[in-house]
Design a protein around this ligand. Structure first.
Ligand code: ZN
Length: 134
């Protein structure tokens, strides 16, 4: 497996990608990326945050594409091909997670459609989570 672009935010086990968050033992709020210290819920004083795997499927909340290369340290492919991005809502956790979309363009996406977590390599090699067809 290629090196993860960010350590501790996702895992790929037997080819299946999972986002890693934390869940507060007191109020059950889920945090992504993983939180340490205090719960982010302003009405909660919880400090007992345990690692949890997030839902692998969600619905498209919004999407766009990046038609020009993002600035460094992002390493863009040469020649640059537009990257599709989707903000995907996870119903159980009540959060929206942004990610690159694998093998789809904005023409393939609609708000409300279901996507599934997967992973793929960035242009310079490291692996990240991505959203893809279920
Ligand atoms: Zn809490």
């Amino acid at each position: 497996m290629p090196l993860p672009a960010i350590d501790g935010w996702f895992a790929v086990d037997d080819g299946v990608a999972h986002l890693l968050g934390t869940r507060c033992a007191d109020c059950r709020t889920v945090h992504f990326p993983p939180q340490t210290g205090l719960c982010r819920n302003p009405r909660c004083q919880g400090e007992d945050l345990a690692e949890t795997r997030l839902s692998r499927r969600g619905t498209v909340w919004s999407y766009t594409n990046a038609c020009y290369p993002p600035p460094a340290p992002f390493a863009a492919a040469e020649p640059y091909t537009p990257v599709t991005l989707a903000a995907v809502e996870l119903a159980e956790e009540g959060i929206v997670v942004l990610g690159q979309v694998k093998d789809m363009t904005v023409d393939d996406l609609r708000v409300g459609m279901e996507l599934e977590l997967t992973s793929g390599a960035l242009a310079d090699g490291p692996e990240v989570w991505m959203w893809g067809r279920p």
